[in-house]
Design a protein around this ligand. Structure first.
Ligand SMILES: CC(=O)N[C@H]1[C@@H](OP(=O)(O)OP(=O)(O)OC[C@H]2O[C@@H](n3ccc(=O)[nH]c3=O)[C@H](O)[C@@H]2O)O[C@H](CO)[C@@H](O)[C@@H]1O
Ligand SMILES: C=C(OP(=O)(O)O)C(=O)O
Length: 434
């Protein structure tokens, strides 16, 4: 188990380039299974979850050529489906959430697939009904085998249909899109998730010869095609990393420029951080965050306490709620942070409370943060990273704290943040991995 030793209280200064988006990468890399032709993907982040998925594809016999530090060509010409039956598959596929998205392409192209309960963050119940109800409505057979712990799907042929998803699941929508892309006839998906990750996947499939319309909305129409071909795809910058850097800059009174942020794709994220009182300047496609002594949390127009809650896109992403929460601890004012989607994602506030933050955990979904307005810095402590976003929130807290903190289990952070200590140390942080 790796750990970080973090010397707090340093102001950072400089430019930082966001990595390619983790959750987009997991969809896009799964989608290479849709075609036998080469797919050239750029801006692939070098992070644990993505590397595990790439390894999994290699185990299936997908040819993988690294063409640069962040780009690969994948050719899924010969896919060895026997690998599905191996112990190695079970172990590897169960270690990340993104592996669930190989099912849609396998079903579409080879008529079968299976997956053990996928991993990912332990942040509450993470059901998969949307995926499997979707596959079944497209004509697949589904069963869950308790003995082996595998979800199995198979279909001689998938047929387009009307789907009203029970919830706008991100990975569920991605899976259904991929399965429907080569189904017979037209599939209409209502209550589809429409995160930029999904939009990027749809655009990629269209470049491969697919016919998807309604991209960016929650009503997708997918005309099935016989086969899909090769393409090139470049990942968007990771919007969750961008939000994390904004929070980090505010908490540590740092002047940071986030380069090439694709501001047009960030939705409500910049304005949500502005509501915490953080100044952000758009300079072309860069986001400049000046060093700020104080930032003052807005209230609602009627004077009531601000609430920041997650929602499906185009609402505020749940993956930035922990970052908002930690950033609010040194603001002036009060905010109610409401994590609606996941029920176990706020428990890390205990550690922030140990550090001196004023937070009331109202229930598993809601926490009230009373900002300290830098009346005193957070205290350094020893802590363990429970999930990827809480991990980064604790790192931000440690960077702003007085003294040296230790964060254990930073593999959680490595799941989604590329070379994080090197990149932050390059602009003045003092983080040591041991
Ligand atoms: C690999 C990947 O891409 N992971 C992301 C993906 O996970 P993932 O696709 O697994 O998450 P889902 O979108 O399926 O659902 C997330 C949670 O929100 C709940 N839910 C979802 C939709 C809805 O309308 N109402 C509702 O309550 C679900 O029950 C679940 O508890 O999307 C999540 C939600 O943005 C992100 O946190 C994850 O980082
Ligand atoms: C919850 C997350 O990831 P995963 O779905 O891979 O667990 C996340 O990226 O914040």
């Amino acid at each position: 188990m790796a750990s970080f030793r973090v010397k707090g209280g340093q102001r950072l200064k400089g430019e930082i380039q966001p990595q390619g988006a983790k959750n987009e990468a997991l969809q896009i890399i799964s989608a290479v299974l849709l075609t036998a032709e080469p797919v050239h993907i750029k801006k692939i982040p070098d992070i644990r979850d993505v590397n595990k998925l790439i390894e999994l594809l290699a185990d299936f016999g997908v040819q993988i050529e690294k063409t640069g530090p962040e780009s690969y060509i994948f050719t899924a010409k010969d896919v060895n489906l026997d690998f599905l039956e191996s112990d190695q598959f079970k172990e590897k596929a169960a270690s990340l959430r993104g592996s669930i998205m190989i099912l849609g392409p396998l079903l579409a192209r080879f008529g079968k697939g299976k997956i053990p309960k996928p991993g990912g963050d332990k942040i509450g119940r993470r059901r998969l009904d949307t995926h499997f109800i979707g596959f079944q409505k497209l004509g697949a057979k589904f069963d869950y085998h308790i003995g082996t712990g595998f979800y199995n799907v198979s279909a001689k042929e998938l047929t387009g249909t009307y789907l009203h998803l029970d919830e706008a699941s991100v990975t569920g929508t991605a899976n259904i899109i991929m399965a429907a892309s080569m189904a017979k006839g037209t599939t209409t998906v209502y209550n589809a998730a429409c995160e930029p990750y999904i939009q990027q996947l749809c655009k990629m499939i269209n470049r491969m010869g697919g016919k998807i319309s309604g991209i960016g909305s929650n009503l997708l129409v997918i005309e099935g095609v016989e086969s899909l071909g090769g393409t090139e795809h470049t990942m968007l910058p990771d919007m969750i990393e961008i939000g994390s850097f904004i929070g980090l800059a505010a908490m540590t009174q740092s002047e940071i420029t986030i380069k090439d942020a694709r501001i047009d794709q960030l939705g409500i994220i910049p304005d949500t951080f502005r509501r915490l009182g953080i100044n952000l300047e758009f300079r072309g496609d860069d986001i400049f965050i000046p060093a700020q002594e104080h930032y003052v949390i807005d209230s609602f127009i009627d004077g009531s306490i601000l609430t920041i809650a997650d929602a499906i896109w185009p609402g505020f992403t749940p993956d930035l709620i922990s970052i908002i929460l930690v950033t609010a601890t040194q603001a002036r004012g009060t905010v109610l942070v409401h994590q609606k989607m996941f029920e176990s994602r706020l428990f890390f506030v205990d550690k922030l409370i140990d550090m001196g933050a004023q937070i009331i955990l109202c229930d598993p979904h809601r926490a009230t943060v009373i900002g300290l307005d830098r009346a005193f810095p957070l205290r350094s402590i020893q802590m363990t990273s429970p999930d990827i976003r809480a991990g980064v929130s604790l790192l931000i807290a440690a960077l702003s704290a007085e003294g040296t903190s230790t964060i254990h289990n930073v593999e959680q952070i490595d799941r989604g943040y590329q070379y994080i200590e090197k990149r932050l140390n390059a602009i003045g942080a003092q983080i040591e991995r041991f």
